[in-house]
Design a protein around this ligand. Structure first.
Ligand code: IMP
Length: 173
């Protein structure tokens, strides 16, 4: 597999959409203190940019989930990093790089709901609705994309390509 020649989403377009998402989030959370729960590793790039466009009292926590797919129909999710601060009574906004089958997000939502936050919403940079197997959705979505494997801006292929500033499709050699 190799990177497509042109990016699917340029760094400039990503920045514009992050700013739009941040202004919607600021309006919706007016008067509240947001706790961003950034999903590692892929959500770190988007989360850092989004955080810098939110009010200065915004808090940041991290969670890391890993899927172990035993077969094509089931995926067990384990948590390798958990939030340090209590999320009880907080307005928690989960920040994900991409929503694919929905398996990881469903497990994270379950886990976080157990901490009894005051509110719980999801912001995903990318959404591939055609791939969904678990009925979860994000409250804020940067871009809906077709069923393609994409890398860059935090998204990896076997840990490579995360550092690219734009999002590229991976295509056959
Ligand atoms: P889900 O549990 O199937 O929704 O998958 C979510 C996770 O799979 C994401 O957080 C990514 O780590 C990974 N993933 C899904 N699609 C892509 C992709 O197109 N590129 C890179 N990683 C992906």
């Amino acid at each position: 597999m190799r990177l497509d020649v042109q990016p699917m989403i340029s760094a400039e377009t990503i920045a514009a959409h992050v700013a739009l998402l941040a202004s919607r989030i600021c309006e919706d959370y007016a008067g509240k203190c947001i706790t961003l729960l950034i999903v590692l590793k892929g959500g770190a790039w988007f989360g850092a940019d989004l955080a810098r466009a939110l009010p200065p009292d915004t808090r940041v926590e991290f969670i890391r989930a890993k899927s172990y797919v035993a077969d094509s129909s089931s995926g067990e999710v384990r948590f390798l990093v958990e939030p340090e601060a209590t999320l009880r009574g907080r307005d928690v906004l989960i920040v994900e790089d991409i929503l694919d089958t929905g398996n990881t997000l469903a497990a994270i939502l379950n886990r976080v709901a157990a901490f009894a936050p005051a509110s719980l919403r999801v912001c995903a940079l990318l959404d591939k609705p055609a791939r969904r197997r678990v009925p979860v959705q994000a409250d804020y979505v940067g871009f809906e994309i077709p069923d393609a494997f994409v890398v860059g801006y935090g998204l990896d292929y076997d840990e490579a390509y995360r550092t690219l500033p734009a999002i590229y499709r991976l295509v056959p050699e």
